[in-house]
Each structure stands twice: as structure tokens, then as C-alpha cells.
Write a protein that binds this ligand. Sequence first.
Ligand code: GLA
Length: 742
Amino acid sequence: MEHKKFQMDYITLHTKHTTYQMGITESGFLLHLYYGPKAQGELGSLLTFADRGYSGNPYELRDDRTFSLDALPQEYPNYGNGDFRSPAFRLRDDSGVFGTDLRYESHRMIPGKYRIPGMPAAYAEEESGSCLKETRNSKYTAAYTLEVTLTDARTDIEVRLLYGVFPELDVITRCAVVKNAGNSTVFVNKAYSMCLDFLTGTYDLIHFHGRHAMERNFERIPVISGTQSFGSIRGASSHQHNPFFILADREATEDFGDCYGVSLLYSGNFKFEAERDQYCQTRVQIGISDEMFDYRLEPGEEFHTPEAALAYTPKGLSALSHIYHRLIRNHICRGFWKNRRRPILINNWEATYFNFTGKQILSIAREAANLGIEMFVLDDGWFGKRDDDSSGLGDWHVNEKKLGRSLAELSEEIHGMDMLFGLWIEPEMVNEDSELYKKHPDWAFVIPNKKPVMGRNQLVLDFSRKEVADFIFQEIAKVLDSIRVEYLKMDMNRSICDVYSALSGYQNYGKIMHNYVLGVYDFLERLHARYPRILIEGCCGGGGRFDAGMLYYTPQIWCSDDTDAIERIKIQHGTSFGYPISAVGSHVSAVPNEQTGRTVDIGTRAVCAMAGSFGYELDIGKLQAEEKAFVKEQILDYKKYWNLIHNGLYYRLHNPAKDREAAAWLFVSEDKSEALLNMISLDTHANAPAVYIRLKGLDAEKNYLIGDSGNVLNGNVLMHTGIAVPFHSGEYRAWQYHLRAL
Ligand code: GLA
């Protein structure tokens, strides 16, 4: 093994606390050298060289058997140049041959942050446009772009790697643009958004898996020899796996240790791969899934991968979450509602399901208005022939018979109660039993001569076809134009299968799933442009499309169809690693809970729902007088604390996998002058020892007044010993303490 001195050029990116460096060898190979704490200098001497058996050598270096791309860290590994680990990029030419040899061509620094046409991307400054507002935290805004161009001599393919550097945020974004600069058709068979190679280190992979009604469970597993992979081929980013992962040092905790985060801004099929290679080096990568992906590029055409946002901190998982919370809140979410307090809403879904009349809706709204709730959201069932989930989707005509009035009248009556009005839509879907399907059966994804797989009695509309998305947009816009409406819940209630577009030829099929996502993004962009003041909440059977890509269009997402407060603790805990609290739609619902049958008191339900964008989802008139009084208080509390909750630093104070006695979380203002502690008791025991919750992120020097108890404790003591969960009887009690620095 030798440490060689050979000629290399370097490209280095610095953020406030991190450095990212790549090296260009004389032959034009782009190697990845370093990503970690801030560093100076040229780091080529980190590389080691040895004659590696069965790891080949590039032709021009064939006399030097110590140079093998199979062992060296790569910036954007491509299949065919002798690196036999999983590639980030694979291309097939029109004669069916795989294999490229991408070499460095040039690079340049560009002021400002790149954008990606038709796709979400973190921005430094919001565009001045009808729907877009000034960024509040200007200190986070300075950003620049690095563009590195690689080319393949055989196919004339050009790959431009784009890096968006946010120095103050300690974030580097990546994406790739593939251009067919040759004369014949090629197929991009795999094109990930990023790859990170580590020369050394023993890492854990933290990822967030789940199922419908139990999304984003935290799992921490060692990166093992071989390849570990997860992802989605469901057409949405999915309930089952989330396109956000963390690579953490084995020793890293919430408060300490090397943590790398990667968040993919994409809402469709994706794949993650971690690979520990034969020399114990680690590679992690993420991007559009290569399953059923084969993107045909004609001469002159370009393909853009989605963006991945990378962050590194040596300060543990909490600090990593804080980076992503700031990034998403200030540089991914957009529009009028981005930094505003979201209206406290009531949604009728769990109160009525499909079975409602206009009169019932108005009565729920009136009760809610009396308690101080600010917006009424009319969920599924207001259109077409839609009295259950077997019919009506696709027919966006108001069912005035069911409402007993026009939707405009209903909305006006609700506004007359001093409430805003919101509406549920599910534009991407169609029931077979609908006027739309009868008229345009070829608009749905159905494979000829095969019975389609059904999901919730519905089929998926082919949003890769512009005329399909256009028609649905016009139909929904007709409704929106005819009423006063301040909010939309945009749902998507099945996975995509039977991918067949009646419009495209077979050779285009490797594009459809991606083009579908582009169609959805375009639909959302048009909603933004036309209705800049409407708050859009994303939804996909709860949190089945909860990703940073969606958050570019919808600043909040219904976190889960599971509204049980105790289940939500776990779901919201997992969600908090990569996503800000403001993004989490969370409601107080009825007991016994509709999903689990569990009964917990209304205080506990509210404390859990307040860790998000807060609302109610029940027939509120059915509450006891005492509970209604609590609701009034909860609303006042939320208004008082929302800024701390949405913009403060969030600390997880318990680990659901280990801590059986209590769950707790804390919001601390950036200046540490106030905090909001939330504690829920879990298992109860007779004659139990006291359980202390240790706080985090406070000012060690300051004393804090705890709620209205009159008790004062020093910040250091609160972080060292903590606050005891009060003795109580019965499980699932909640306490919320506001702490003020004196
Ligand atoms: C999905 C959503 C629910 C509700 C229903 C309506 O399941 O997650 O909140 O809107 O659809 O059909």
C-alpha cells in the first residue's frame, strides 16, 4: 500500500462549518476526497494505492496496477469504467450497449443557486412572483452554484453535476443534468441525484420505514458488507420508505457525533443504496429508482435528476434535524403561508366520512367557530356521485343536492361565521364509475388485455399526459373560481401500477413514472400561480407522499391517517428527524379513536396535535361542556406558542424504542429565552420511581421560570437533572410547561 504523490487538481466547497472536496486526476477521473468538518488544503494524500486483485485499471494507466476505480472514491460513479460497485449512472446506447467512461471536462462557479426546470429545488431567495414572498431569514440566503461537466467520448453524452452551496446553513445540494450531445438516441438507465463515498469509517444507517397509518418509524442499523437498499416503486415516495436518510457514526447520539443527512426532493419512485465494499469503504446514494426507468434521450435533449440536499454535522442528530428544519422552512417551502401561522382548522372527515348534508356541515362549523376554530375544511364527498369510495372521483361538479345549496353558498355561510373555508381534492384519480372514465377510459393507467389492479376502487389518471392534467385542472379551477376558498387538501389515495400510457409508444415507457411526477408538480405549480393565497396541504392516505419535494408546493402535509395521539407520538418523532414541525398536519380527533379504539383525554390529544400545524377532526358539537372549555384554552395556547413551535429549535427528549415511562419533546426559541416542554406519561406502575426528563438547548447560565408554578430552576440543572413527570394515576396524561428565562 502506498500514499502516492500524483498530480491532481482540486475543487473545494466550503460552508460555514463543513468542507467538501473532489480531485481531478490527470486522466480526468473525478474522485471524491472529503466531506466533513471544515478543512484547508489539498487532500489527495488521503488516498491509498495498492495492486488490487480483480480490480481492473483504466487503459491508459494499465502499467500502474495500483490505480483502480474499483477502489478509489468516486464523485459520480458510472457503469463501465471499472468500478464494480453500484453505480450512480448507467447509460444504454441505441444498439443496446451499456457502458460509459465519464471524464472531467470543465467546471465553473456561478453566483446564486441553480434551479431545476419543472422540479422542486431549494432556493436562496424566493422569486418575486404572485405567490412568492421575501425570505425572512436573510442571513441564510447567500448561496452559489458549482457546475462540473463530465463527458463520455464514445457516446458524446455530457453530464453536468450541479452543487448548490448554502454556506450559512451548512447545506450542499446536488443534482445532475444529462445531455445527449451526440447524434443518436440513448437511454438513461440509471441517474441518481447524489453519491457519497467514504474512505473509512464505521457507520450506522438511520432510515424511516412504515406502512399506511404508521409512517416514518425510526430504524438504526449498521451498514453491512454488501448492499442495503430501500425505496419505492409505488408511484409516490410512499408510506413504506421515506426519501430521507442519515448516515451516522456508530457512536453518534442525539447530542454528539458525526451525522450526514440526505433528503431527496422527489415525490415519486426512488431508491437508496448503501454499500460497504471489499475494502470497508462506504458508498451511499439516492435518486429516482432505476426500476422501470429507462429515460429515452434524443440528440440535443436533456434530463434533469431531482435534487438531493446534503448536510453534515459533528454535533449529533438534533443538530442535523435543526439544519433540515431551517432548510425546508426557509428555503424549500414557498408562498404566502410559508412563515405565517396556519389557521387552526376543523376537518369533517372523521366526523362524517362521506355521510353528510350541508346542514350537518354548517352545524359542525358553527360549533367550531364558537370555540375559536378558524377554518372549516370540507373533506371528500362534496362532488359528483360520491357517497362512498366506489364512485365519483374525476367528476369535479359540486353535488348541490347533497349539500342542499351551492358550494359558494356553503362557503359564504361559513365565512359568515368568521371562519375560512377549505376543500379536499384528489385530482390524480378516477373511479371506473364516473362520467370522466366513461368518456375517457384511455386517460387512466390500464394495460390493454390485463385487468388493472384496483386500489380503493380507483384508477390513476395518466398525469404524464398534459391534456389529462389540463382537463382536471380546468374542472377544479371552475369550482375554485366560483367560491371563496383559502385552503386545499390535495390527496392521492392509491399506489400506481399498470403503467401504460395510451399516448406514448413503447419506447417511452421508461419515462412515464417520472413524467407523471412532473405532471403532478406542474399541476401544483399552476395552483400556486393562480391561487397564491390558498394554503395547500399535501396528503396521500395520510403521509404516503411526505417528502421535501412536496413541501416545495405544499408547506404542510397530513402526517398520517392514524390520529391516535399515542401512535402519533411515534410517527411525529420519526418525521421530526428530517422535516420541520410546521410541515406536520396534526389534529385532535374523537375517542375512542377511529383507528385504534384507544381513549385518551382531550388534553393529551391536543398536546400531541400541537407538535404540528394544529387542527381538529371530529364532530365537535358532541364534546362535553368541560371538554369544549379545554378546546377554547387549547386554541389560545396554540396561538400563544405557535411561533415557538414552528420556528423554535425542536429537541426529541425520549426514544420511543427504549423509553417506556414517558414521551417528551421540547421547543426552544433560537435566543433561548423561552421553551415549551411537552411530556406524556406512557406505562404506569404502582409505587413507581420518579421519572425525570432532561431538557436540552437551554441557556446554562440563566434561570427559568417554569409555567405558572412559581418554580425557578437554573438552565444547567434543567439540562443535567431535568424535570420530574408529576405523579399521577392512569396512563397517557399530558403536561405542557412554558419556560421563561429570567
Ligand atoms: C385519505 C386522507 C383522509 C381523507 C380521505 C378521504 O385517506 O388521508 O384524511 O381525506 O382520504 O377520502
